[in-house]
Design a protein around this ligand. Structure first.
Ligand code: ADP
Ligand code: MG
Length: 253
C-alpha cells in the first residue's frame, strides 16, 4: 500500500533563541485530510513549532517540507526567501489574537492578501469571499468593521481570511484561548466542519480536549521542546504510559 500523502513533514527541527533551546529535534508528519492536535504545557514550544512550519521563525536546524517544497533551517538565501513566500501562500495560519486589519471591512480583510497574488480576478475573489463568509455564518457582516464583531465572530473572519488564500493546510495556534467560554463553540464548530466536510489537513494547538477527542485523528504531546508521545485520541486519553502526559491531562480535564 502507498504511504498516505504527506502535506507537512518536520524532520529533526531544532530552534534556539540564544542559549535557550526551545525545539530539541521535532519529527512530525501531517497527512492529507488529517487533523493533529498538539498539546502540552505553556512554554513547551508549541507555538514555536507552528511558526517554524510556515517560517515565521527559521528553524536553527532540520527540515520542513510543506506544500511540495523542502526548506532547511539556518540562514536565508535569496532562493529560500522566495520559497518561503510561496510556502506561505499554501499554509494558512490562525492565531490566538485574531490580527484582523481594523481599518478594513470584513470583506476587505478577506480580499486584501489574495489581491496581491498575480492574476487574481477581483470579481471572482469577491464572490468567493462572500461565499466563505456565508460558510462561517457571517454573510451579513461583510461590510462591518471588525471592532463591531464579537471575539467569536472575529475569529471566524480570521479563519475565512486564511481560507481565502486557498491553503493546502491550516495551522491553528490556540484559536479559542482569547475567547469568552460561551464563544468557543462557534469557532470550534467551524473548525470541525473544515475537517469533516472539506478534509482540510490541520495542525491545531489547543487545550480543548472535547475537540481533540471528537475531531482529531492524532494527538501529539509536547514536552520540553520534543514530542514525547503521539497517537490516536483513544490511546492518549485512555492508554498513555507516560506519567507526564497523564499528569497534564489530569490537570486540564
Ligand atoms: P508554547 O506555545 O508551548 O507556550 P512557545 O513556543 O511560545 O511555547 O515558547 C517556548 C519558549 O520559547 C518559551 O520559553 C518562550 O519564552 C521562548 N521564546 C519564544 N519565542 C521567543 C523569541 N522570539 N525569543 C526568545 N525566546 C522565545
Ligand atoms: Mg503558544
Amino acid at each position: 500500500m502507498n504511504e498516505r500523502e504527506v502535506v507537512v513533514r518536520c524532520r529533526n527541527v531544532h530552534k534556539r533563541f540564544g542559549a535557550l533551546e526551545v525545539l530539541k529535534g521535532v519529527d512530525l508528519d501531517l497527512h492529507k485530510g488529517e487533523v493533529i492536535v498538539i498539546f502540552g504545557r505553556s512554554g513547551s514550544g508549541k507555538s514555536t513549532l507552528l511558526r517554524c512550519v510556515n517560517f515565521l521563525e527559521d528553524p536553527t536546524e532540520g527540515t520542513i517540507e510543506a506544500a511540495g517544497m523542502t526548506l532547511t533551517g539556518g540562514h536565508r538565501t535569496t532562493r529560500k526567501r522566495s520559497q518561503i513566500r510561496q510556502l506561505r501562500l499554501k499554509v494558512g495560519m490562525v492565531f490566538q489574537q485574531f490580527n484582523l486589519f481594523p481599518h478594513m471591512t470584513v470583506l476587505d480583510n478577506l480580499m486584501v492578501a489574495p489581491l496581491l497574488v498575480k492574476g487574481t480576478d477581483k470579481a471572482e475573489l469577491r464572490q468567493r469571499s462572500l461565499d466563505l463568509l456565508d460558510s462561517v455564518g457571517l454573510a451579513d457582516k461583510a461590510d462591518e468593521h471588525p471592532i463591531r464583531l464579537s471575539g467569536g465572530q472575529q475569529q471566524r473572519v480570521a479563519i475565512a481570511r486564511a481560507l481565502a488564500m486557498r491553503p493546502e493546510v491550516m495551522l491553528f495556534d490556540e484559536p479559542t484561548s482569547a475567547l469568552d467560554p460561551e464563544l468557543t463553540g462557534e469557532v470550534l464548530s467551524v473548525m470541525k466542519r473544515l475537517a469533516t466536510e472539506f478534509h482540510m489537513p490541520m495542525m491545531v494547538v489547543t487545550h480543548e480536549m472535547g475537540f481533540a477527542r471528537e475531531v482529531s485523528d492524532r494527538m501529539a504531546f509536547f514536552h520540553e521542546g520534543k514530542i514525547l508521545e503521539q497517537g490516536p485520541p483513544d490511546q492518549i486519553f485512555n492508554h498513555t504510559e507516560h506519567p507526564e502526559t497523564r499528569a497534564f491531562l489530569d490537570a486540564v480535564l
